[in-house]
Design a protein around this ligand. Structure first.
Ligand SMILES: C[S@@+](CC[C@H](N)C(=O)[O-])C[C@H]1O[C@@H](n2cnc3c(N)ncnc32)[C@H](O)[C@@H]1O
Ligand code: SF4
Length: 377
């Protein structure tokens, strides 16, 4: 490599990689992520395209990942041999000497002992298991493939395979869900002792079946109940020793997600796969949101990028405020210098507090996080 290339690549050294696997065995009626029904005749070609995309990126950037995150969709919808091919391909192509965390998202319906053991062997350190609820009736409402017994079994299978860092994804504010049902889902989760818990309030996303059903009045959202669910989540999980390090994310000490923290700190990241975003310096781009055209493009040597934008310092500053405000570290007071009046009002209202030169949301402030962030944008 010439010294010019050295200089170029070191200025684009990327430490965080996201890989999007869009296949799902069943499509959930509330989900707005880019995904498609699993078609086994397409998955090998797709895996080849992902590795070819990685080859192309290795030619442009110096990739020394500290974190890799395989999300979806459902990465575990791939077969064990496809995962071996894919993750083995990452191992061959990348210098993993700085890798601190390698996460894969898994659905309880597609975790087997064999698959879990292989993922562990290939270097995955963290599994994010999409449980959503321990209530079988609510799982049916959500259109999930699994029941609560299968989810519990999958959790144990992952532990037996040697995973010491497991996240459980949960959702609250579900149609017909009672506060008691949510309380018992939290208690059941705590009893399993996962290392990390993500608890999201259900959002009715445009272009989903739930959104249409809500618009027709069939599904009702009650913001007061959602606030009660959220308040209960914070109390119960904190009492059980989980730290709320971001509005929807709780971890045992030392188990916060390094990958997600990098996003929230505004670090650069590379996205591989259909629909994946990348942000490098002042450039952001998104790959095409269709796995067939993604594979066609990549395998014929073309770029999978579908859109790109140049970020401005102002856009970066706004993102930093919006994301860091949601974290327990809060936002640096110097970022909010031009908002003295808003800042003082929020402090007087008990929504913000000062801590080590940063402004941090109070518990009451967390319930109104989006409105507080909006005032600073
Ligand atoms: C990228 S998704 C996919 C993970 C995995 N396929 C699954 O569904 O279990 C990650 C998480 O986002 C959450 N999620 C998805 N759609 C949501 C919605 N409309 N509102 C709130 N949370 C949502 C779920 O908890 C889900 O586990
Ligand atoms: S919620 Fe998960 S399993 Fe359901 S459609 Fe979305 S990505 Fe697939």
């Amino acid at each position: 490599m010439t010294s010019d290339t050295d200089a170029l690549q070191s200025s684009h050294r990327l430490r965080h990689i996201y890989v999007h696997i869009p296949f799902c065995a069943r499509i959930c009626p509330y989900c707005a992520f880019y995904k498609d029904l699993l078609d086994r005749s397409q998955t090998w070609r797709f895996c080849e395209a992902i590795l070819r995309d990685l080859d192309q990126q290795c030619a442009s950037f110096a990739l020394t990942p500290e974190t890799i995150y395989f999300g979806g969709g459902t990465p575990t919808a791939l077969t064990t041999s496809q995962l071996e091919f894919l993750l083995g391909g990452f191992r061959q192509r990348l210098d993993l000497s700085s890798l601190a965390e390698w996460t894969i998202e898994a659905n309880p319906g597609s975790v087997s002992a064999h698959k879990a053991a292989l993922l562990r062997k290939l270097g995955v350190t963290r599994v994010s298991l999409g449980v959503q609820s321990w209530d079988n009736e609510l799982l049916k409402v959500l259109g999930r493939e699994h029941n609560s017994q299968q989810a519990e079994q999958s959790f144990h299978v992952l532990r037996v395979a040697g995973f010491l860092n497991i996240n459980v994804d949960l959702m609250f504010g579900l149609p017909g869900q009672t506060v008691e049902q949510w309380k018992s889902t939290l208690e059941k989760t705590i009893a399993l002792q996962p290392d990390h818990i993500s608890a999201y309030c259900l959002t009715y996303e445009e272009d989903t079946e739930f959104f249409l059903r809500q618009a027709r009045g069939e599904l009702l959202q009650d913001t007061d109940t959602d606030a009660a669910f959220f308040e209960m989540t914070m109390s119960i999980l904190e009492d059980a020793g989980y730290e709320q390090y971001e509005i929807s994310n709780y971890a045992r000490p030392g188990f916060s997600s390094v990958h997600n923290r990098a996003y929230w700190l505004g670090k650069d990241y590379l996205g591989i796969g259909p629909s994946a975003f990348s942000t490098v310096g002042m450039n952001r781009w998104q790959n095409v949101c269709d796995y067939r055209s993604y594979a066609d493009r990549v395998l014929s040597g073309q770029s999978p990028r579908a859109s790109a934008e140049n970020l401005t310092n102002e856009m970066k500053r706004m993102e930093r405020i919006a994301l860091s405000l949601r974290t327990s570290d809060g936002v640096s007071a110097s970022e909010l210098n031009s908002f003295a009046q808003e800042k003082n009002e929020f402090i007087a209202l008990g929504l913000l507090r000062e801590s080590n030169g940063n402004l941090v949301l109070t518990r009451k402030g967390k319930e109104l996080a989006d409105s507080v962030a909006e005032a600073f944008l």
